[in-house]
Design a protein. Structure first.
Length: 523
């Protein structure tokens, strides 16, 4: 167990604290990185928020990742690291050698690192007493382009003027700036192909911010050396966009050059993220499961309260935790996630946290807060450069037999119910300060602009069949595309086996299964 957590639990167990004269205090046994930050003269060109340059590292986390803009250029970066008192830190190299960091404060160390190409660097932190050490990884990682499918529209109409035409009608790679639509600034479009009196072949490429790389191919024939009619096909980020779309391009030739007028067209697409929950692993201590899914974010997207359960039932095996993977029981006979409301045992009774609902949510879990303020331990939502419209998927739910309140007393006539919801909220205030919602205000904060939640009165409680669900986000405020794509809003998706589980109320044994979740966004 992490030494910081060990020291946190001691007073809660009623154990006496170490007391001594200052000169006789034992050497510190903690070996953690508590904070890390990177310095840029122009942080807004690299990150979505200035505060993204600072990372407060949860005690259970050993991978430190700063997410940058898609097109950020990163080279050698000054890095500062704060460790627990008395700890030492070195940079680890692949050849087994190490480099010491420069001590720039009482607990602060500095180093210059080449962070280009999403390079990963490793550090070893050793406790003051020399008996403990932890290895951390540090990376500046570029966000990945989204996956695209065909659900909404992008329109385009433009003229490409004075394209040079060589021998045989060959059009070499030629780039022109065109206006795609009024919502976007003019963008470069590259054209190559061939044109004759009867045939026009065009390959066109363009990169649209926050959408991805668009590739179009046109093959058309003409009877008058002017209007070429044929088919248009293409892709976005390698995913098929349109197939055999009837289309017309008008050509006008002059002095070995040609103007091409591309008529207005509608290309169907939507930003869609699919979560099958098939990829997971045991945590670094091999105690509980974590889910690995980077389809919506370059960093960790899904979190659970499993680290908190470890504090109360440390003897539990991985499959005995509230949130676990299940094989051969999914919608298609594959894997799925099972969330179960569990008894937290004698320790849970002592701290008046008698149950732990199984949960799976977009955000992070700060285990250091799990015992001090459990609701603040669940940090709900992550910055998201898309506007969610729908969350869809499949669930099964079976309530436990006896509903109990926080004090463990049965509530007659009360049946437990699961919860599924999605929240969109502003993550920065008018002064540029970070806004983070937690388990206690994720459904009530005035910063919320969009909400979708399952109807608790219509939840199927048989626990025997997969039930499809579709939740549409209802927006209570207008949000601009510019702000969304600048990641000024967080998105949170939450699944829980007990609706009131965050307040330690529910029925032990309530079980929620989740599979094949899809998040559809307007852009």
């Amino acid at each position: 167990m992490n030494k910081r957590l060990h020291l946190l639990i001691l007073p809660l167990l009623g154990l006496s604290a170490f007391t001594s004269c200052v000169g006789d205090e034992p050497a510190n046994a903690e070996c953690d990185i508590e904070q890390c930050w990177v310095h840029f003269d122009n942080p807004s060109e690299i990150f979505f928020h200035d505060y993204d340059t600072m990372c407060v590292v949860p005690s259970a986390q050993t991978d430190i990742r700063f997410l940058t803009r898609y097109n950020a250029t990163v080279g050698t970066v000054p890095v500062s690291i704060v460790t627990t008192p008395g700890a030492s830190i070195v940079l680890l190299h692949d050849d087994g050698t190490t480099t010491s960091l420069v001590k720039s404060g009482e607990r602060t160390y500095s180093i210059q690192l080449n962070m280009a190409d999403d390079a990963t660097h490793r550090f070893r932190v050793t406790s003051e007493d020399g008996k403990w050490d932890r290895t951390y990884s540090l990376q500046l990682q570029h966000k990945e382009a989204p996956s695209i499918s065909s659900d909404s529209l992008i329109t385009a109409s433009y003229t490409i003027s004075s394209i040079p035409v060589g021998e045989g009608g060959n059009i070499e790679s030629y780039t022109s700036t065109v206006t795609v639509n009024e919502d976007l600034a003019p963008l470069p479009l590259t054209v190559s192909g061939q044109i004759t009196e009867t045939l026009l072949l065009l390959d066109m490429t363009m990169s649209i911010p926050q959408v991805g790389d668009i590739v179009l191919r046109f093959e058309g024939l003409s009877n008058d050396n002017s209007d070429y009619s044929g088919t248009l096909s293409g892709s976005v980020n390698g995913n098929p966009l349109v197939t055999n779309l009837n289309y017309t391009v008008t050509a006008s030739s002059h002095d070995d050059k040609v103007d091409l007028y591309l008529t207005a067209l509608s290309l169907p697409y939507a930003t869609v993220f699919n979560f099958t929950f098939d990829d997971y692993k045991l945590n670094s201590g091999n105690k509980y499961y974590e889910w690995i899914d980077n389809s919506a974010s370059s960093g960790t997207w899904w979190s659970t309260g499993n680290p908190g359960y470890q504090l109360s039932v440390s003897s539990a095996k991985p499959n005995e935790y509230p949130t676990v993977p299940v094989e051969d029981e999914g919608v298609d006979g594959g894997k799925c996630v099972k969330l179960t409301t569990c008894d937290t045992g004698g320790f849970g009774k002592m701290v008046n946290m008698r149950i732990a609902a199984g949960n799976l949510f977009v955000g992070t879990f700060d285990v250091a807060n799990a015992l001090k303020d459990a609701l603040k331990a669940t940090q709900m939502g992550l910055p998201f450069a898309h506007k969610p419209q729908l969350v869809k998927g499949y669930y099964k739910f079976r309530p436990g037999t006896t509903y109990q309140n926080k004090d463990g007393n049965p509530i007659a006539g009360m049946q437990d119910v699961c919860d599924i919801y999605m929240v969109v909220y502003r993550n920065i205030d008018s002064n540029g300060n970070k806004i983070q919602l937690f388990g206690d205000d994720i459904l009530t904060s005035p910063h919320i602009v969009g909400l979708a939640r399952i109807d608790h009165n219509k939840i199927n409680t048989s626990g025997t069949e997969w039930i499809p669900f579709t939740l549409r986000v209802e927006y209570t405020a207008e949000i601009s595309r510019e702000d969304v794509e600048s990641e000024l809003y967080n998105t949170a998706i939450v699944f829980s086996s007990s609706k009131q589980g965050a307040y330690f109320e529910g029925a032990i044994g309530s079980t929620l299964w989740i599979d094949n979740v899809t998040l559809e966004c307007e852009y």
